[in-house]
Write a new protein. Structure first.
Length: 203
């Protein structure tokens, strides 16, 4: 379980990693004094949003626990700022007008069903993130995305298919794999401001 103190640490680390990279072109090393829990391997995504409009400005991460969490956060933060193919690289001036959000993930789990129509009953909006995989195509949406857009479970599945570059109803086809994961979301309320844990419950 990650606490709000852990979240503040990770969000501050992500912002510092981006700022240092934009200023000096380097990747900061993982802090040696990081809490032990944050030095264990975990999946993580870093999301940048324009403030105050909440327009997406970059989002990249690691679905699988391939790096220690602090190292993965640094790498994901820099990539979200400079390598998201949907956006031009972030400038230092723009960073001052963006909020940083860090989502720490549980390990993805494959959903096993007898019929694809059973998927909808195994997914909970506000709890699960999704990965859709079919052949070489793969798409991921974080658990906060369907909440922000007020999607149903079926819409969530369809949009994850689209994220993978597939048809929206590909989740109903045999051979499509669906994975779920959970996320703990920590976000700045303003650029460089207070960090809070986001609730993913529908209002």
């Amino acid at each position: 379980m990650y606490t709000i103190e852990d979240g503040r640490y990770l969000v501050s680390l992500a912002r510092r990693a981006i700022e240092t990279h934009l200023r000096e072109g380097v990747e900061i090393p993982p802090p040696e004094d990081a809490p032990r829990k944050l030095r264990e391997k975990a999946g993580v995504f870093v999301t940048l949003e324009e403030y105050p409009g909440h327009e997406l400005r970059g989002c990249i991460g690691y679905p699988e626990p391939v790096y220690p969490l602090v190292e993965a956060t640094i790498k994901a933060a820099i990539s979200a700022a400079t390598q998201d193919p949907r956006f031009p690289p972030l400038t230092l001036e723009e960073l001052g007008h963006c909020t940083v959000e860090v989502t720490v993930l549980t390990k993805p789990e494959l959903l096993v069903v007898e019929s694809p129509r059973e998927y909808a009953g195994k997914i909970e909006v506000g709890k699960h993130g999704l990965i859709v995989e079919r052949g070489l195509a793969k798409g991921l949406l974080l658990p906060q995305v369907p909440v922000d857009h007020a999607w149903s479970v079926e819409e969530f599945l369809s949009h994850t298919c689209l994220k993978a570059g597939l048809l929206p109803d590909c989740w109903l086809e045999e051979g499509t794999k669906i994975y779920t994961f959970e996320g703990r979301v920590f976000a700045e309320t303003s650029p460089g401001g207070e960090v809070v844990q986001r609730s993913l419950r529908r209002c």
